[in-house]
Design a protein around this ligand. Structure first.
Ligand code: 13P
Ligand code: SF4
Length: 301
């Protein structure tokens, strides 16, 4: 009898499918991946693959982004209820009202958003490229949605006037300076890495600010041997796997995203067997959303 992992690999081949996995997913899902990465890397791969089916192990907005980029492919999300509370903090209706109430200016939307919000935006960004996307715009004033923390961080790096939506990631918002201090007291030699979704007072005390894959790159290249990780705890797994001789500590063990933990290998197997769980963005939303996502990908080389 084949193991679940073996059955998944065989079905992926049979269906001409690729398995894309976010860095926060459970270890047993990461171990199955064709590509494990951050939101930017996964979007680029979704745009470039010649697979016929994309199985996305992440949350709903990630599968939507893959559908926006690859309308001819079948995009499957193994657990349909895996959402993102930050993406749900803004609606297209509310953004339309906001845009109507402001002077004309570009709208930069974090990929952690629904497709209909992307469709109203000038350009998208991820945590890996927000600063360069904003720098590339020929405008000194803009609106960023939905993450206020990423917006304030980007404003501090670019010097531009950034209006922002009052959204946030509840998991990163949970990290307090007191928790960081406790971790630093326990590991005084460690480098503190923080994700731009963290609050400004956390970013002020961080040694390194980076996306999830940016943290993996930093840990790989750094001479230092120990790190406090200021993001969702799932990232500890790839960090430790790639650097068995280095030490990684969570900045807080409260930083767990339940939505990122919903998918089990059995769910991946079931969706490959049944081809259920398709995420498809309707054309009238996909076309304008594609403009914003494509522009971001072009800017990111
Ligand atoms: P990155 O993959 O861009 O680091 O994003 C973190 C995140 O919260 C994804 O949901
Ligand atoms: Fe959304 Fe935060 Fe979970 Fe990422 S970690 S999916 S931003 S709630």
């Amino acid at each position: 009898m084949n193991s679940v992992a073996e059955k998944i690999r065989a079905l992926l081949q049979q269906r001409k499918a690729i398995l894309l996995v976010h860095n926060y997913q459970p270890p047993e899902i990461q171990d199955l991946a064709d590509l494990c990465g951050d939101s930017l890397e996964l979007s680029i791969r979704a745009a470039q693959t010649d697979a016929e089916v994309i199985v996305f192990c992440g949350v709903h907005f990630m599968a939507e982004t893959a559908s926006i980029l690859s309308p001819g492919k079948t995009v499957l999300l193994p657990r349909h209820e895996a959402g993102c509370p930050m993406a749900d903090m803004i609606t297209a209706e509310a953004l339309k009202h906001k845009i109507a109430s402001m002077a004309p200016m570009p709208v930069v939307t974090y990929v952690n958003s629904t497709a209909d919000v992307k469709a109203l935006s000038t350009v998208c960004c991820t945590s890996a490229n927000a600063v360069s996307v904003v720098e590339s715009l020929d405008a000194e004033e803009l609106l960023m949605t939905p993450d206020r923390n990423l917006a304030r961080y980007t404003a501090s790096r670019t010097g531009k006037k950034i209006h922002y939506w009052e959204g946030y990631c509840p998991i990163h918002e949970r990290l307090t300076p007191e928790a960081v201090q406790l971790a630093r007291d326990a590991h005084p030699e460690a480098v503190f890495m923080a994700h731009p979704e963290c609050r400004p007072e956390i970013l002020e005390i961080a040694d390194v600010i980076a996306s999830t894959s940016g943290m993996i790159r930093h840990a790989r290249e750094a001479d230092q041997r120990s790190f406090i990780v200021g993001t969702e705890v799932g990232l500890l797994y790839p960090l430790q796997k790639e650097n068995p001789d280095k030490e990684f500590y969570p900045a807080s063990d409260k930083m767990v995203c339940r939505d990122m933990k919903r998918i089990a290998p059995e769910d991946v197997l079931r969706c490959l067997e049944t081809m259920e769980g398709e995420v498809k963005v309707p054309e009238e939303i996909r076309v304008p959303a594609l403009r914003a996502v494509q522009r971001m990908i072009e800017l990111s080389g």
